[in-house]
Design a binder for this molecule. Sequence first.
Ligand code: GAR
Length: 206
Amino acid sequence: MADAVPVRLAVLVSGNGTNLQAFIDHIESHEINGRIACVVSNKRDAFALKRAEQYGIPTIVHESGAYADRRDYDAALVAILRNHDVQLIVLAGFMRILTDVMVDAFPHAIMNIHPALLPAFPGLHAQKQALDYGVRFAGCTVHFVDRGTDTGPIILQAVVPVFENDSEETLAARIQQEEHRIYPEAVRLFCAGKICVDGRRVRVSP
Ligand code: GAR
């Protein structure tokens, strides 16, 4: 049987791009049946853009300055993503909250990684929220994006311990190791057609 056509992905970034690198590595090693059609950054100086360029992946800088509001920005973003014919949009440290314009354009086709065990500690500075609260375990969550902030159906989660002497940085680093494991796994499952959303529940076929 011929191999399935790779799923066309867009990766949206704002910063370092270590999660982007994890996707690139898993695609290169054929673990993910996907192809990154474009990397979009809202920051011109994001290191993630350099990572993409090294692999010949098309990059687009989509800054907010030229747009009247967040919905206008998102309408232009939808056009970019449609032009690239993408089937899955992966938010990888993209530090903007999406409006209904984006979310409704790609139902159950936008994934996000959040550095906490949702529904605990949504929003900014999740690791600091976890330390301040005094939890013994933290982690990360891959979820589909809905109209709320970090509220969409959960695909995968991973747990890490919190140690007495943890700082925000040491905890973030421990969580990121797990991000680089479960985020590519969620994308792999999607690209293999193994994910189905049933209300709030995400079902993964064997
Ligand atoms: C990741 O640690 C991710 O959990 C976080 O941004 C980082 C991006 O790192 N995302 C959020 O906080 C979203 N609310 P990366 O650029 O090295 O992939």
